[in-house]
Design a protein around this ligand. Structure first.
Ligand SMILES: [Zn+2]
Ligand SMILES: [Zn+2]
Length: 203
């Protein structure tokens, strides 16, 4: 997991390994999650003691999963599709949580970065543009990693009703396709108990 070619700490490298590349967004999520865990005084969640809520499905969400140990599959990583760079981490044991919201002007893009990223995403960038862009992209990543969390994020203590712990529920077959689904996801219709996909198709 250690990458001697990179200046950053192992914790961020673990996020890079999981996410696939280093980028400013991943760095934002990393800084936020680390600050939130420090605020809560928690270590990585072995089970469901920690709950993370992300309000974006962009790069930063991956770092939050690695740092907090909250994952989609464990049911303690929740996505709210709000399109905001905001991350909340809650502790069941402590009954408290913290929401970090990225200040909109904390990290303005330089005109050069903006122009280059436009060129890259429209496919007009030549090799030199790409190289410049990658350098700036990398520099932004490093800048985020060295900034104080308070410079980037607004912290707000929150009390959010915690989602119930994931339960193992009975499964039953769908009356139409015969596939088994969790009982809590079956829908009662005039054709009996149907799975969600069959119920949607019949609408
Ligand atoms: Zn990314
Ligand atoms: Zn079905």
């Amino acid at each position: 997991m250690t990458n001697p070619d990179e200046p950053w700490e192992d914790g961020f490298q673990r996020c890079v390994d999981f996410h696939g590349h280093a980028c400013p967004g991943l760095a934002m999520g990393y800084v936020a999650a680390k600050a939130a865990m420090a605020w809560l005084g928690e270590n990585r969640a072995e089970d469901e003691e920690i709950v993370a809520i992300v309000e974006t499905d962009a790069c930063g969400a991956d770092a939050v999963q690695v740092v907090t140990g909250c994952t989609f599959g464990k049911g303690n990583f929740l996505f709210k599709d709000y399109g905001k760079t905001a991350f909340t981490v809650l502790s069941r044991a402590k009954g408290k949580g913290i929401r970090l919201y990225a200040r909109p002007n904390a990290f303005p893009r330089s005109t050069e970065y903006y122009v280059l990223s436009e060129r890259v995403s429209s496919g007009e960038a030549d090799e030199k543009d790409l190289e410049n862009f990658m350098n700036l992209h990398r520099q932004r990543t490093l800048d985020v990693l060295t900034m104080a969390p308070g410079e980037i994020f607004e912290f707000k203590e929150v009390t959010v009703p915690l989602p119930p712990r994931a339960r193992v529920l009975d499964s039953h077959p769908c009356n139409r396709c015969g596939e088994w689904a969790m009982a809590s996801r079956l829908v009662t219709t005039n054709q009996g108990l149907l799975c969600a996909s069959c119920a949607t198709e019949l609408q």
